[in-house]
Design a protein around this ligand. Structure first.
Ligand SMILES: Cc1ncc(COP(=O)(O)O)c(C=O)c1O
Length: 387
C-alpha cells in the first residue's frame, strides 16, 4: 500500500505520543497535564436527562445536516447575549466537535498550495490538518512579552493564495486571551483582503463574563468574513459526545454542508441533545466552573513565582500555561525526562509549530491547584539534572 505523502510528512498524534513515554501510569505519583480535558464529569442533572432521553430512543437517528433547530436557536441566543450583535439559527451548523468544524471550514475554503496565516504557537491539530490537505501555513512569530499576534505582520504575509487567517482565543497552547482590539484589527485586515478570519473560541466560556470578548458579531457584514468555531466539549464536559459548531455566513454554510454530508452526515444526535440541555439549564454551573479555572490560573502564576525556579511562566489562562524551560535541549527531550524522572506529563513546544523548542505546555485545568506547589518542587528538582 502507498500512503498519502502529506500524511506521512505529518507528525504523529501528539497526545498519544506523549502518553507512550509514560511507562508506569499507576504509581499514584503522576501529575497529568498532557491533554486539555475537564477535570470533572458533566453535572448529574445532565447525565440523568441524557440517560432518560437515550432510553426513550431519542438521539438514535441522524439529524438535519445543520443540526437540530432548538440547539441552533439556543446557541444563537447564547452568542447574542455574550457578544451582542446579530446571530440566528440559520448562521449555524452543528459539527462533530470543534476539530471537525475547523477541518470542514478549511476544506470549504482551501485547495492544495493555498495559504493560511496562523500565529505561533499554533494548535497542533490545526497544523496537522493544514499539512494533510497540502495547505501552507504562513506563521506569525511569537512575542513572548505580550503573547499576542501582530496584525501588521499578518498584512505583510498576505498573498494571492491566502485564503484565511486562523486565530485561537483563549489560546491553545499559550493560554493568552486576545484583546478585542487585536481581534478587530485582524477582522479589518481580513475584510480588506476579502479573506476569512477563522477564530476557534473553544475556550471562550472560561473568560471572565465581565470582560468583553470581541465585537465582531456587531458588524453588519460579519457574515462576509468572520467564521466563529465553537466547542461544547469543555464547557459542559462533553468531550466524548463530539459536539461543536461553525457560525458563519450563508455562502460558506451552503458549501460546508456538502463536506458535512460526506463526513459526519450530521453531528452526533445524543451530543446535540446534551449540548441543548447545557445551554438551557447549566448557565450557573458553567459560571462556577469558569471561576474555578480562573482561580487555578492565578494559583499556577503564584506557584511559578518561586525564587529557585528557573522555568519561566510565559502566560497562563483558560486551560493552559506556556512555560519556557531552562535547558539547551529540544523540548521533546525535556518533556520525556520530566515524565520519566519526575512523573510530570506535559507537551513539548515543538508540537505547536517551528521555533517552539524553548517551551513546554501544561494543560493545568486537569490538576487541582493544591498540586501546583508540588509541580514547582519537581521542576526545581529537575534543574539539578543534566537534560
Ligand atoms: C483550540 C481547540 N480547538 C478544538 C479542540 C477540540 O475540540 P472538540 O472536542 O470540540 O473537537 C481543542 C481541544 O483540545 C482545542 O484546544
Amino acid at each position: 500500500m502507498n500512503f498519502n505523502p502529506n500524511l506521512l510528512d505529518c507528525a504523529p498524534a501528539p497526545i498519544a505520543e506523549a502518553w507512550s513515554w509514560v511507562n508506569n501510569p499507576d504509581t499514584g505519583k503522576l501529575i497529568d497535564m498532557c491533554q486539555a480535558v475537564p477535570a470533572h464529569l458533566p453535572p448529574q442533572s445532565l447525565r440523568d436527562y441524557l440517560g432518560d432521553a437515550i432510553c426513550k430512543g431519542e438521539g438514535a437517528s441522524y439529524t438535519d445536516i445543520r443540526g437540530i433547530l432548538p440547539l441552533r436557536e439556543a446557541l444563537a441566543d447564547d452568542i447574542e447575549s455574550r457578544y451582542r450583535g446579530n446571530v440566528n439559527a440559520d448562521d449555524i451548523i452543528i459539527t462533530a466537535g470543534c476539530n471537525q468544524a475547523f477541518c470542514s471550514v478549511i476544506d470549504t475554503l482551501c485547495q492544495p498550495d493555498d495559504e493560511v496565516i496562523i500565529p505561533l504557537p499554533s494548535y497542533f491539530n490545526h497544523l496537522m490538518w493544514l499539512s494533510i490537505r497540502g495547505v501552507k501555513p504562513r506563521f506569525l512569530s511569537f512575542d513572548a512579552k505580550t503573547a499576542l499576534p501582530n496584525p501588521q505582520q499578518a498584512a505583510a504575509l498576505i498573498s494571492p493564495r491566502t485564503r484565511a487567517i486562523v486565530l485561537v482565543t483563549p489560546n491553545n497552547p499559550s493560554g493568552a486571551t486576545y484583546s478585542p482590539e487585536c481581534i478587530e484589527a485582524f477582522y479589518q485586515l481580513a475584510s480588506a483582503h476579502n479573506i476569512a478570519l477563522i477564530i476557534d473560541e473553544t475556550y471562550r466560556d472560561f473568560i471572565d463574563v465581565n470582560l468583553p470578548i470581541h465585537g465582531l458579531f456587531e458588524h453588519r457584514e460579519w457574515r462576509n468574513h468572520f467564521v466563529h468555531l465553537y466547542s461544547f466539549s469543555k464547557v459542559y464536559s462533553l468531550t466524548g459526545h463530539r459536539t461543536g459548531a461553525v457560525v458563519a455566513g450563508p455562502a460558506l454554510l451552503e458549501q460546508i454542508k456538502k463536506v458535512q454530508d460526506c463526513t459526519a452526515i450530521s453531528a452526533p444526535h445524543a451530543g446535540q441533545l446534551a449540548a441543548l440541555y447545557g445551554l438551557q439549564n447549566l448557565h450557573d454551573w458553567k459560571l462556577e466552573k469558569a471561576r474555578e479555572l480562573q482561580v487555578r490560573a492565578e494559583a499556577i502564576k503564584t506557584a511559578f513565582e518561586h525564587p529557585d525556579l528557573n522555568y519561566r511562566l510565559i502566560c497562563a489562562g483558560a486551560y493552559f500555561a506556556y512555560i519556557e524551560h531552562p535547558f539547551n535541549t529540544p523540548s521533546r527531550s525535556v518533556v520525556k525526562q520530566l515524565i520519566e524522572k519526575f512523573d510530570l506529563v506535559s507537551l513539548p513546544g515543538s508540537y505547536f509549530g517551528p521555533k517552539q523548542e524553548k517551551f513546554i505546555r501544561f494543560a493545568f485545568a486537569n490538576v487541582h491547584e493544591t498540586h501546583f506547589n508540588e509541580v514547582v518542587r519537581r521542576l526545581i528538582g529537575s534543574q539539578q539534572e543534566v537534560f
